[in-house]
Design a binder for this molecule. Structure first.
Ligand code: GCO
Ligand code: MG
Length: 402
């Protein structure tokens, strides 16, 4: 079998998605997600200009070799654009192999290690009271694990809390909006929120929180220490994590479990964090970190250090990436939890994915390949719209992490 054609589609059913479709001379096709929120066209061009011409004629079964060809063979390795492109190619090849052999991808990568996949949902409110109410609502609708984000008194808008009538994930049309941030106000409020939540919701439910890269190492240490009595499942991205060594200080102060890495894209972003057991969960998106092939290697490396997975699953990844993550979640031994935000209804006009939600867990279907379809005609009704994530400034106007 040979790769005959590969095509990139950039569509915007509610938000932008970049989809790669690889077709073989035997008429099989595979799908990959190449969406990089706010930088969609960079990955689309990378694929069209540099990868697709080199893919034509290759044997789609040689997944590892093709991965190395686009990683090692390009010289300029790593980086979010390159790795998102490689991820899309990799997912599409696993999809093709599964379809060619008539098996779901999880059966190509070790088979089922579990029957169902624990997921966490996103609850948020503008105030403490609203957030508590929302967490209750999520528990009542069946979730066993809930991430809580809240508006902060004294700050107009914050990460994770949508404006009325808008879908949660903030990628707004055009250039970035500017928001204002105060870590001092945040740190004064969040421990109170989680004390209230734990009292109101009891001990059973898993509570999670995303600090979204906003603390300094010592601020992060204070945060996780003050949250410790409320037994969170994890605190995510406590600091901007380019400097892995920051976690030595954070770790020394608390037993609150730590999750890191939704902006990472290779194993090398994690070497210190994992080998020194400075974190508990890896967040690298399967769709940004070299696809299924590299996610399996990262998970294997993490497993030797008792670190588990908690792959990114926000709605800025398409259902193709979601399915790829679910197959990995199903097969690996050191799975921890999967982030799950249902896509807007309109996304289902373009993508259909073979999984179902049942009482806090996702169940992946047994369709051959990844179990996801893409409707090219429907996609053409939703043309690309430039969109950007916000830019964040401190109260005095200094640019800070969003
Ligand atoms: C999460 C993430 C997302 C990111 C988004 C950026 O934990 O789900 O922090 O909400 O902000 O993926 O595009
Ligand atoms: Mg996050």
């Amino acid at each position: 079998m040979k790769i005959k054609e590969a095509k990139v589609f950039v569509c915007s059913p509610g938000r932008n998605f970049v989809t790669l479709r690889i077709t073989t001379d035997e008429g099989l096709h595979g799908l990959g997600d190449a969406t990089l929120n706010g930088r969609e066209k960079a990955v689309a061009t990378y694929l069209e200009e540099y990868c697709i011409p080199a893919l034509i004629g290759k044997d789609p079964f040689r997944i590892e070799d093709i991965w190395q060809y686009f990683y090692r063979g390009v010289y300029w390795r790593r980086g979010s654009v390159t790795m998102a492109a490689i991820s899309a190619i990799d997912m599409a090849l696993w999809d093709i192999k599964g379809k060619a052999l008539g098996v779901p991808v999880y059966n190509l990568i070790g088979g089922k290690s579990r029957d169902r996949i624990l997921v966490y949902s996103h609850a948020n409110g503008k105030t403490l009271e609203e957030t508590v109410e929302e967490v209750h609502r999520h528990i009542a609708s069946g979730f066993a694990a809930v991430r809580a984000q809240s508006g902060i008194p004294g700050i107009a808008r914050t990460y994770g809390v949508p404006r009325d009538g808008q879908p949660y994930e903030p990628a707004h049309r055009g250039l970035p909006e500017e928001t204002v941030w105060s870590t001092e106000k945040y740190l004064n409020f969040i421990p109170r929120l989680f004390r209230t939540l734990r009292d109101a919701c009891g001990d059973e439910v898993h509570l999670l929180h995303d600090a979204h890269h906003r603390c300094t190492p010592i601020e992060a240490a204070r945060l996780v220490k003050e949250l410790e009595p409320n037994h969170l499942f994890w605190v995510e991205d406590a600091v901007p994590s380019e400097l892995q060594e920051s976690f030595r200080m954070i770790r020394a102060h608390s037993t609150t479990p730590l999750a890191v890495g939704e902006v990472f894209n290779t194993v090398y972003d994690y070497t210190t964090l994992i080998s020194e057991q400075l974190i508990d969960y890896i967040r690298m998106p399967v769709g940004h970190g070299g696809g299924i092939t590299h996610a399996l290697k990262l998970a294997a490396f993490a497993s030797f250090y008792h670190v588990r997975t908690g792959f990114h699953g926000a709605t800025d990844l398409s259902p193709v990436a979601m399915m790829a993550a679910l197959h990995v979640d199903t097969a690996i031994h050191n799975f921890g939890i999967q982030e799950y935000m249902p896509h807007q209804e309109i996304v289902r006009e373009v993508f259909t994915a073979d999984f179902r939600f049942d009482r806090g867990y996702l169940h992946v279907g047994d369709s051959p390949g990844l179990g996801v379809d893409f409707d090219e005609k429907a996609a053409s009704r939703f043309p690309y719209i430039r969109a950007s994530l916000p830019v964040n400034r401190k109260l005095d106007g200094t640019l800070t992490d969003w």
